[in-house]
Write a protein that binds this ligand. Structure first.
Ligand code: PEP
Ligand code: MN
Length: 260
């Protein structure tokens, strides 16, 4: 393994997102799986911010298994995210699915997310590497640590070293959970690289009941933050409701992880 840039332990990457510096403060990214409309986003932003989230997530371009599932609002979703982020002074995070969308997504959001399915989309990695926006790099659901770190290196060699690794669970023989959240990844990425790492406890479990304990486990293992899906009415969500917290559960999560 040779990670010339992301493996340089003497140059720990320091990333500022909004008012926080990752490493000093925990990055708490909360929001819906997908931006559904502006009203819901306003409700969510207000609540999650009041309980301590410091970034707002929401998909505008959704990588759905079925082409018949809700694909996201596209540019309209980006505009809603930006408006609501500005309204609440919250930096916004969204996935960029395609090389052709990097320019437009970069214009509207603060953090560019590379999804699990695109972790080895090398042309997309190079393209976000040319931007100046921090990149949230999800782990491919079948990717080894080595493959994941090489993906980060692809971004870094283009000049953008502001990379936040995100463990989001891997595919194993287990089917009860959606994915198997690999807590050890948090330690391994810190051991092998100079990059911060957060845990996506929603996609990492697929089950609402597991989110709070897994968030605590991630923080206990040294995670630099978490990502979690929050929805005012999870049962009515257009995507991923079963792994989204409602407002009172999010409040409970924040109370629980504050004591760490
Ligand atoms: C997401 O965070 O919206 C998402 C689709 O996650 P992943 O790429 O990890 O499946
Ligand atoms: Mn989701």
């Amino acid at each position: 393994m040779e990670f010339k840039i992301v493996g340089d332990k003497n140059n720990k990457v320091s990333i500022k997102i909004g008012n926080i510096t990752i490493g000093k403060d925990k990055l708490i990214i909360a929001g819906p799986c997908a931006v559904e409309n502006e009203d819901m986003l306003i409700k969510i932003a207000e609540k999650v911010k009041s309980w301590g989230a410091n970034a707002l997530r929401g998909g505008a371009y959704k990588p759905r298994t079925s082409p018949y599932s809700f694909q996201g609002l596209g540019i309209d979703g980006l505009k809603m995210l930006k408006n609501v982020g500005d309204m609440f002074n919250l930096p916004v995070v969204t996935e960029v699915l395609d090389v052709r969308d990097v320019e437009i997504v970069e214009r509207y959001v603060d953090v560019l997310q590379i999804g699990s399915r695109n972790m080895q989309n090398f042309s997309l990695l190079k393209e976000v590497g040319k931007t100046k926006k921090p990149v949230l790099l999800k782990r491919g659901f079948s990717a080894t640590y080595e493959e994941w770190l090489y993906a980060a290196e692809y971004i870094a060699v283009e000049g953008n070293t502001n990379i936040i690794m995100c463990e989001r669970g891997i595919r194993t023989f287990e089917t009860y959970t959606r994915n198997t959240l690999d807590i050890a990844a948090i330690l391994v990425i810190h051991e092998l690289s100079n990059l911060p790492i957060i845990a996506d406890v929603s996609h990492g479990t697929g089950k609402r009941s597991l989110i709070i304990p897994m968030a605590k486990a991630s923080i206990a293992a040294g995670a630099d933050g978490i990502m979690v899906e929050v929805h005012p009415e999870p049962d009515k969500a257009l995507s991923d409701g079963e792994q989204s917290l409602d407002f009172s559960q999010f409040e409970e999560l924040m109370r629980e992880i504050k004591s760490y």
